[in-house]
Each structure stands twice: as structure tokens, then as C-alpha cells.
Design a protein around this ligand. Sequence first.
Ligand code: FES
Length: 229
Amino acid sequence: MSTTDNSAPVYLEVLAAPAQFATSTPTAPIEFSGPTSYPDAISTTLAAEASEIIARYPRTRSALLPLLHLVQSQDGYLTRAGITFCADQLNLTAAQVASVATFYSMYRKEPTGRYLIGVCTNTLCAVLGGDEILAALTDHLGVSPGETTGDDAITLEHVECNAACDFAPVVMVNWEFYDNQSPSTARELADQLHADTPPPPSRGNPTLCTFRQTARLLAGLPPADEQAM
Ligand code: FES
């Protein structure tokens, strides 16, 4: 029971929770795939690079995010080997690493093409044609959002707000901006990516790196020869 300003009693009846909230269906656990360990030579190289990264932080575990980028640069996504490697380097459990890795959308759980195209269809981009761009690329590339072309060149992704609304509709490739896109310019961009001749991004970095090279930069390491990665 509660009271109002004039002290008239108000009775609140506590009901059973609405059906949609009364039960919940457990979702399947997120699993990582790929190899479970690295060959010795790769493991040795990664460990040396990891120690360089870890030394930058006052607490070892603070290096987890760049280390996840490091193993993503090695594999193109987060594999079971990458998760285990990070856990071993930072004295964490695999579950602790996985819980962080699954929180951030920049860490991929499936193999990723050389170019990850993210099309924003959030409010402003949608009003200005984001949905048409996504549909055009889906048709042009022959893949649905979340899938990779058969030649491993391009992964198409549907994203929520690239934080570049004033340049909508915006497409990101490997997290670099391509502003004020249209279906035809996006198709042209995809063709250039397929040919490994990406145009310069609209802002920021003057050249576009591949997905794995970008992951390496995000780990805080200098570029490496793609062939050697
Ligand atoms: S709505 Fe597309 S970048 Fe913000």
C-alpha cells in the first residue's frame, strides 16, 4: 500500500510477471574455433611481441586488449589458440579472456576477409540510404551480412552507428571511414577492394591496411609483411 498527497490509500497489486519475462531460453554459449595451439615458431614470435606489449603496462592483465589484437593479426580472427595464448601470457583463465573478447565487436569470432566492410544502417545513415547500400553490397558481393566472399577478400558486416553521423551514410573498411556513400560508390569501393587497390579513406590514415595489418597496428606493433603473417 502507498499513500497520495491527500493521504487516500493507493493499493498496488503485485501480479505474476508477464509471460515474456517469466521464462527465458538460455542462449547457446559463444564458442571459439580454429586450431587449439600455435606451431612452436609462431608461438615464440608471438611471445616476444607480447612481452614487448605487456611491458608498456603497469599491470600485466592491462595488456589484454592489445594482445587480442595481436592474435587477431596472426589468425584473422580469435581462435582457440589465440585465446589460450593470451591467457597464458597474462596469467588469466581462458574464460576471463573470452569474457573480454566477446564484449567488444572489434574482435572477430569467424575467419575474416582481407577487408571488413561495415555498413551503418542506424538512424541517420538509414534515412540517407544506409539500407540501400547494404542491400546493394549484399547483391553485388553475393554474401549476406556476416559472411565472407569465396575468395576471402571481403567480409560484409552490418554495424550500428560508426560514430560518423555527420558524414552519413558511412561505410567503414577495416575501421577506416568512407564518407557520404551511395549504392554505386559502395559497389565501386568493393570492386577496388577485390582488386587489392583500395582508395584512400576519407579521413585519417592516408592508406588502407588489410584487416590483419590493421589488427597489428591496433596491437601497437609496426606493420609486418602480409606474406609473413
Ligand atoms: S548513424 Fe551511421 S554513423 Fe551514426
